[in-house]
Design a protein around this ligand. Sequence first.
Ligand code: IDP
Length: 148
Amino acid sequence: MERTFLMVKPDGVQRNLMGKIIARFEEKGFQLVGAKLMHISEDLAEQHYAEHKGKPFFTQLVDFITSGPVFAMVWQGEEVIAKSRIMMGKTDPLEALPGTIRGDFGVVKHKNIIHGSDGKESAQREISLFFDEEELVEYHKLLDNWVY
Ligand code: IDP
C-alpha cells in the first residue's frame, strides 16, 4: 500500500483546522499510520524544502514553516499520493477549487494550510525526514474491506 507525508502547516494548526483535515482523509478511506505535533527546526525546514533553495520566497517559506507547531502525518492507501494532492487543491488557493482543502480554507499562496508529497520519491524522502520507522504503525482496519 502506498504512503504519503502530509502536514498541517502552522496556519492550519493556529486556525483549528487539524481535526477537519484529519476527518477528510479518514472519511475518504485512507489510513493514518503516524502523526505528531512538532516544532520544525530551521535545519529540518531547509532540508524539507531543499528543492526551493535559491528561490525568492525560500526565506519566507522557512520562516513561516518554523513559526509555530505543525501536525506531521503519514497516510496510507491506494494512490494516496496523487489522491491527497487532489484533495489538497492547487498550491495557490486562488486557483484551488471549492471542495479542496486549500480551496475551502486558504486565501494566499504562502499560507495554504497543508503540505503533501508530490510523488513517490518525495513521499519516501519526507516520511524518513520526519519519522523514524518505529513511529509508524502497521495495522488492519475491518472497514478497508468496504473501501477496497
Ligand atoms: P506545493 O506545496 O503545492 O507542493 P510547491 O511548489 O512545492 O507547492 O511550494 C511549496 C510551498 O511554497 C507552497 O505550498 C507555498 O506555501 C510556497 N510557495 C510556492 N510558491 C510560492 C510563491 O511564489 N510565493 C510564496 N510562497 C510560495
